[in-house]
Design a protein around this ligand. Sequence first.
Ligand code: DLZ
Length: 164
Amino acid sequence: MKKTNLSDYDPTQVPSGKGRRIGIAVAEWNREITDALAQGAIDTLRKYEVVDEDIRLVHVPGSFELTTAADLMLRNDASLDAVICIGCVIQGETRHFDFICEAVSQGVTNVSLKFEKPVIFSLLTTNNFEQALDRAGGKHGNKGVEGAITALKMTALQKELERK
Ligand code: DLZ
């Protein structure tokens, strides 16, 4: 199935988040975008029964710091079931874009394996601001929504496999 809208999902296939504790780390760079992504994630977690007290929201200066935040959150709060990393990196004239995207994608994987918990990559990596807007509640949905659904699916999978 071709996906043009990141928020196209089958609501009947999303597990309840009742009793789950989810961390959200949000980068302050391109804040107009990242705030919209964070709101999408929070609304979705609430929709699937995660209560506000179980949503731990922190902010970091830029996307590069997201994996450190995820690491700190999981290290200091063993009751967290997953962390969603939210950021927006827009291609500029320098190579910052490549370094940041590479570091976050690798870092998210490393932290997830280190703590044996889902760490979700909700990082927009776009050529320009308009493409980011399109994916932060615009014509291509909201990647924060997608991140929350991924967190719910992965925590449910983890619980299921750990029971076996
Ligand atoms: C430095 C920088 C640049 C050029 N671009 C972005 C960006 O598009 N998105 C983003 O989230 N952060 C950017 N940053 C900041 C870095 O992520 C980081 O905060 C700084 O390099 C300090 O470590």
